[in-house]
Write a protein that binds this ligand. Structure first.
Ligand SMILES: Nc1ncnc2c1ncn2[C@@H]1O[C@H](COP(=O)(O)OP(=O)(O)OP(=O)(O)O)[C@@H](O)[C@H]1O
Length: 279
């Protein structure tokens, strides 16, 4: 995945609106549904994250950026419990992930959805069966009800019911992203993690996907944690942006605040030649 800001200029990229009213760090901590404190992750003798802090506020769309290989996916996987940390704590929905009981962990997993890079649909399952994987794991529903729910999820992400019986290999890139999002929404989550959701999409498809994320966030009250390299996504749907660098969150705030930040990487990302071309 390239670390370069997107070259494309979207048809209707604008500054995010509807930013939650945040009054300083105390308010952010109070409204936080994901709280990361002092998290340190390494592999062998290579330290990737060192004492990282982060809060994600209920209802916001947080864009997460950083140079290639800085650890954006590692952090997301650590939050999801797929990577071990060496130090620190992670609280999701008020539950400390180290001390939560198995039952509490199951409840937390039911309340989040994940869209991995490239969609990560099971290639041997149809779209409908993919959407039903989390339902089978967590719910006890009849096949008929799960079939109805799968069609509703497809509708939610703008796919026709006839996509239900297709295999991932029969879908376009944009349809794969939408089908993956439908699977991430299978259990009506409060929080979704999206790892580079618009990568590989053309500018019109990417703008439509951004629009979908914004609309779902608004109508379902979804909180969105989105790793992206896409400046248009950051500008059009993200309420806040976090920048990863030097093994930590270097800065977090609105796009306006990023535009004023004079850290060299942040400056070249948000005010470099490529970024300014999209203005
Ligand atoms: N399981 C692992 N074992 C060893 N090293 C790993 C492992 N997972 C990630 N890394 C290393 O951690 C570093 C950060 O990787 P990560 O995939 O999080 O970067 P990223 O910021 O998401 O990059 P990109 O924007 O290119 O996707 C890289 O140097 C990667 O090689």
């Amino acid at each position: 995945m390239s670390a370069e800001p997107s070259q494309s200029v979207r048809p209707s990229a604008q500054l995010a609106s509807g930013t939650p009213k945040l009054q300083g760090s105390a308010q952010i901590e109070k409204d936080s549904i994901l709280s990361v404190r002092d998290v340190t992750v390494g592999f062998g003798n290579k330290l990737i994250l060192d004492g990282l802090d982060l809060d994600v506020v209920r209802g916001e769309i947080l864009g997460f950026v950083g140079g290639s290989g800085t650890g954006k996916s590692v952090l997301m996987r650590t939050i999801l419990g797929l990577n071990k940390k060496r130090r620190g704590s992670i609280e999701v929905f008020g539950r400390n992930m180290d001390t939560a009981t198995e039952g509490e962990m199951t409840m937390v997993r039911r309340r989040w959805g994940v869209l991995f890079q490239q969609g990560a649909l099971f290639s041997s399952l149809t779209v409908k069966q993919n959407i039903q994987v989390p339902m089978r794991e967590h719910l006890h529903l009849s096949q008929r009800l799960m079939d109805e729910l799968a069609i509703l999820k497809l509708d939610l992400v703008g796919l026709n019911p006839d996509a239900a019986d297709k295999f991932p290999s029969e879908l376009s890139g944009g349809m794969i992203k939408r089908a993956s999002l439908a699977r991430a929404l299978a259990l009506d989550p409060d929080l979704v993690f999206l790892d580079e959701p618009t990568s590989g999409l053309d500018p019109i498809g990417a703008a439509a996907f951004d629009g979908l994320i914004g609309q779902l966030s608004k109508t379902l009250g979804l909180t969105v944690y989105m790793v992206t390299h896409d400046l248009d996504s950051l500008a059009s749907v993200c309420n806040r942006i976090a920048v990863l660098g030097d093994k930590k969150v270097l800065a977090i705030g609105t796009l306006d605040e990023m535009m004023k930040n004079d850290h060299p990487w942040i400056e070249s990302y948000f005010r470099g030649e490529r970024a300014l071309r999209r203005v």
